[in-house]
Each structure stands twice: as structure tokens, then as C-alpha cells.
Design a protein around this ligand. Structure first.
Ligand SMILES: Nc1nc2c(c(=O)[nH]1)N=C([C@H](O)[C@@H](O)CO)CN2
Length: 127
């Protein structure tokens, strides 16, 4: 299916406090990350059956992301974005994913800093 034909399930503004950053002080105190995820998934079977088993359960995905992000300190928001993408592709069988990881308090003069990636299970090791 072409990416433009996909349906999308989104998790927007998932706030996670975790140890993140390249400086020593950032490994001593947690900071806030905001994660936005768009998952490519054909929703027609779920809509037709009204059955959560046919859907991507956004509550379970959110729990898995929080658990993975808080499981150990990391330095770069790039590492978080790639890890979240691979986790969701591997555990939830979605075909495509877009992940944005924001660190809103990182640069005081900026509203936000973020990385955004798009990955497909067809070009990942888990395909
Ligand atoms: N491309 C990136 N640049 C920077 C990162 C990052 O994760 N990716 N992180 C930092 C520091 O941890 C910064 O957030 C401290 O304010 C600097 N640059």
C-alpha cells in the first residue's frame, strides 16, 4: 500500500520525564520529553468489527513507549526517536511510523527543539 493511502493512528503530546542529555547535569535530574507518534495502519477491519483486537491499541502503545524511554538514561533525542520507532514497528506490527521527539526546555530562547523521523517496517530489521 502506498504511504499516501494509509490510515493513521496518532498519539500526540505524550509527556515523559526521563534522564536525557549530553551534559553531566542532565544525567542527575529528569527533564521533560514530548513524543508525537503517527502509526500507519489500515483501520477498516477494526471499524467493521468494532473489535479492539483488530486495532492498534493506542493505550498499550503509549505504555510501551513510556516504559522504554524511562528504562535507562540516554544522551540524544535522536536515540529516543529511533528506539521508539523500532519498538513500535517490532511490537505492534504497524507498517509505517512517524516519530517526533521534542525537548521543550532544552534551549531557553526557543519554543521547542525536536527531531522527526519516518520509518517503515519494510526497510527495518524487523520487516
Ligand atoms: N541534535 C541534538 N543536539 C543536541 C542534543 C540532542 O539530543 N540532539 N542535546 C543537547 C543537550 O543535551 C541539550 O539538550 C542541553 O540543553 C545539545 N544538542
Amino acid at each position: 500500500m502506498a504511504i499516501s493511502d494509509l490510515d493513521w493512528i496518532s498519539i500526540e503530546g505524550l509527556i515523559i520525564d526521563t534522564f536525557i542529555g549530553v551534559y553531566d547535569w542532565e544525567q542527575q535530574q529528569t527533564q521533560q520529553l514530548r513524543i508525537d507518534v503517527d502509526m500507519g495502519w489500515d483501520i477498516q477491519a477494526a471499524a467493521k468489527t468494532d473489535d479492539i483486537a483488530q486495532a492498534v491499541d493506542y493505550a498499550r502503545v503509549s505504555e510501551a513507549i513510556v516504559a522504554w524511554v524511562t528504562q535507562q538514561p540516554r544522551q540524544l533525542i535522536e536515540t529516543v526517536a529511533e528506539g521508539v520507532a523500532q519498538l513500535v514497528l517490532e511490537q505492534f506490527s504497524v507498517s509505517d511510523i512517524k516519530v517526533k521527539v521534542s525537548k521543550p526546555d532544552a534551549v531557553p530562547a526557543a519554543d521547542n527543539v525536536a527531531v522527526t523521523i519516518r520509518r517503515s517496517r519494510f526497510d527495518s530489521a524487523f520487516g
